[in-house]
Design a binder for this molecule. Sequence first.
Ligand code: HEM
Length: 475
Amino acid sequence: MDFLTLLLLLFPLIWAFSHVLVAKFRHTKLPPGPFPLPIIGNFLLLGRNPHRSIAKLSKTYGPLMYLKLGTVQTIKHDQICSDRTVPHTAHAANHHKSSLAWLPVGNKWRKLRRICKEHMFTVHKLQSSEGLRKKKLQQLHDYLHECCSNRRVVDIGEVAFVTSLNLISTTLFSIDFAHFGSNSAQEMKGTPNLADYFPILKRIDPQGLKRESEDYAGKLLTTFDQITSERLRSIGVSSSDFPRKNDLLQVLLDLNQERDSDLSRDELKHLFLVLIVGGADTSTDTVEWAMTELLSNPEIMSKARNELRTVIGENKQVEESDISKLPYLRAVVKETFRFHPVVLFLIPHKANANVEMNGYIIPKDAQILVNIWAMGRDSSIWSNADMFEPERFLDSKIDYKGHDFEFIPFGSGRRICPGMPLAHIMVHLMVASFIHNFKWKLEPGMKSEELDLSEMFGLSLHKAVPLKAFPVKWP
Ligand code: HEM
């Protein structure tokens, strides 16, 4: 049964349901927006690139806009409401009940945030696990060197994914999750799920996405549980056979022993799941966009590489403490976040009560999308908004830590990305490793100005066409 047949069969039910909703909000003054069609609302207006379609619509309806996507109410505004609308796939393995990303603001969510903020992603804790990440960056360098010697083309996104995943998994539990050139580097790019817009379809799961997530989450959760069991066993054994690990699993187990946290085994494995899933694709896609812009703009590439060679020197590995000495590299990364934010609507927030805003009512339970892609391209905020110009950040104090509201690639306020300190390190060091000791040649016949910049909308905004190039040893 295809999706259209299914819709026709369910038509009377959906029709009745959407009327109940319309009746419920008839007396509230919703923000302006395009007229919704029965049942599907404004769904068809989204197209393949909803960030661009919504940015275009807001030129007509203003910065605060109401859309009806299927039977779900959607508001776009920069105001933060801290609960979440939970996508259907996040119900897989009951992840939504223990996940930092999907729990509503409450005690359980606060406990997990506190553990991340005070015990996992502090400067001190990240410094003590730096040695683990250094090895992963050396492996990236060695792999690029090997491709260089064998004149092998590199799929930048794939290599960045293996490195991101291993940087996170090694920081969490000193284990590699992927290997260069193997199929383990499968990205969960994600497809928008119709069941999120037409909740009535949830039981049927017409695209099979929930079943797929169930399988994927189940396997990962089992792996995390096994890793934890092995570590607990090794703690009881002689310390010379199993030297103490400097990773975050050890930190969390120590905390539990000190009774400073009451993290259950179930919460622990769901925390690992959300950190791996939340961190790997976002960092990968950001690095792939940065490299795409660097390869499209040879002058910017030369400036960034020259800075690395002047400040760090040749054939020396860039270290985490070097990031603060590399202002041009930092500007390239910021410009990538402005021009290609990968979590482009933030993770959708939800109004937990009717909220009045600019004279309009945002109804309780409405989904709130913050279009940070449109904010990054807004010419009233940025000069030459449609150009990739890292220089704009050189003399500017603007940063992505959540205080400059025009630039929030990691969000802002209570739900700001807790992994930002690790992401900051990973993205800078991966971009630096790609360009420090290598020049890049595009595939034969391809010119830098012809590089494909088209986007694909999924869990994160990634490149539609993978970036491939040959590393060449330099000088
Ligand atoms: C370039 C890399 C990354 C970007 C651009 C990014 C961006 C974001 C954004 C925009 C949000 C939602 C904020 C909101 O809804 O207001 C978020 C949430 C989150 N991120 Fe990241 N992130 C990145 C890397 C990471 C890493 C490395 C980790 C962990 C290892 C991580 C873990 C999380 C978690 C757990 C949440 C949910 C927090 C909550 O709902 O309370 N992210 N991230």
